[in-house]
Design a protein around this ligand. Structure first.
Ligand code: PLP
Length: 381
């Protein structure tokens, strides 16, 4: 296959050259960072240097950085650690559009009798801050968990405003900033008490993430057995991965200028699509969104059909639906925003990256539009 156009950067990103090189060095320093001898001390030195870089990118202090195995574990540590510390009286307020690592955990907590409420969103993906205030007053949650930006629609949630309201009501705020890192400035999530991020969304390695933990909210660890990460997360640290994450933080976070170029490309793609097919709906179009993300609903055509065709043509995008046990189920996020099951199954997610080009976007538009028109004309005949 000649072409390969990768427009699925919210799923993962290619490993950057800086991260790859740093990881090779990290693999050579194979000591256990908890060992007292020189090999261990060298590994620890590299890891602490990496912690400084990651902390700088996150706008946090190095002592606030807890390394984890990724964004899912960071979310789990924030929510489960809070539940373990508060016990069965724990009250959790979240949103209806969280990533599955939060959503599935909240269901499990509910099954154990924990009181969980989810803030609704409208079709534009926005949360009503008045409803948040009401819930803070009446439900009095210990913890609020609202993502900084949504992975499927790109909708950005106003974390500074949410944090101010949570703190005024005496609640802590956790935010899943996995999609925000590298796409929004640190000031967007800094007011939260706990912040989850993941290395592989910014050209770092898979299997490494961070939970930023501010102050001492009495979080219980979810992994025991060692005093790593100042007893907040047991287990020998993934030093090559951590070093790779730091290199990605130092070298791969796009400048504001690059982010603006990506957004211009995304907007051009949406404009071209709308011009050529009036039956393409751009989900949450008028809501503040990540500049790289587009959630497209192609009316009347299930996304898995287009996904398969595009894949055969060498174009990688993703569907707003998940395939489990051979059946396509619509995305819970899109359903929570008020789309019907049929509408949600018609959504494709296109996520650009800093290296996406105008030629790639134009090829995607040309290919997708030609297949949409072909499928529509066949349906009509
Ligand atoms: C918003 C969001 N949160 C959490 C995660 C999970 O991160 P990880 O793959 O590092 O476990 C993802 C990954 O897609 C995500 O998009």
């Amino acid at each position: 296959m000649d072409t390969f156009i990768y427009l699925d950067n919210n799923a993962t990103t290619p490993l950057g050259t800086h991260a790859r090189q740093a990881m090779m060095e990290g693999l050579s320093e194979w000591g256990n960072p908890s060992s007292a001898h020189r090999l261990g001390r060298k590994a620890r030195e590299l890891m602490e240097k990496a912690r400084d870089s990651v902390a700088t990118a996150l706008g946090a202090k190095p002592t606030e950085v807890i390394f984890t195995s990724g964004g899912s574990e960071a979310n789990g540590l924030a929510l489960m650690g809070s539940y373990f510390s508060k016990g069965d009286h724990f009250r959790l307020l979240t949103s209806s559009v969280e990533h599955s690592s939060v959503r599935d955990l909240t269901r499990w907590l509910e099954g154990r009798g924990v009181e969980v409420r989810a803030l609704p969103t409208n079709r534009q993906g926005t949360l009503d801050l008045g409803v948040l205030e009401e819930q803070l007053k009446n439900f009095r949650p210990h913890l609020v968990s609202v993502m900084a930006a949504n992975n499927e629609t790109g909708v950005i949630y106003p974390i500074p405003e949410i944090a101010a309201r949570c703190h005024a009501a005496g609640a802590l705020l956790h935010t899943d900033a996995v999609q925000a890192l590298g796409k929004l400035p640190a000031s967007h999530w800094q007011a939260a008490d706990m912040v989850s991020v993941s290395a592989h969304k910014i050209r770092g390695p898979k299997g490494v993430g961070v939970l930023v933990l501010k102050g001492d909210p009495g979080l219980f660890p979810t992994h025991f057995g060692g005093s790593q990460e100042t007893k907040r997360r047991g287990g020998t640290e993934n030093t090559p991965g951590i070093i790779g994450f730091a290199a990605a933080c130092d070298a791969e976070i796009p400048s504001a200028e690059t982010l603006a170029q990506v957004e211009t490309l995304r907007d051009r793609m949406e404009r071209l699509l709308a011009e050529q097919d009036p039956e393409i709906e751009i989900i949450a179009k008028n809501t503040p969104r990540l500049g790289n993300t587009s959630c497209l609903r192609v009316v009347g055509i299930p996304s898995e059909i287009l996904l398969g065709i595009l894949d055969m043509q060498g174009i990688a995008v993703s569907a707003g639906s998940a395939c489990s046990s051979g059946s396509i189920s619509p995305s819970p996020v899109l359903l929570a925003m008020g789309l019907t099951r049929e509408e949600a199954k018609e959504c494709l997610r296109v996520s650009l990256g800093p290296s996406s080009t105008a030629e790639e976007v134009d090829t995607f538009v040309k290919v997708v539009i030609s297949h949409i028109h072909r499928i529509r004309s066949r349906k009509r005949s």
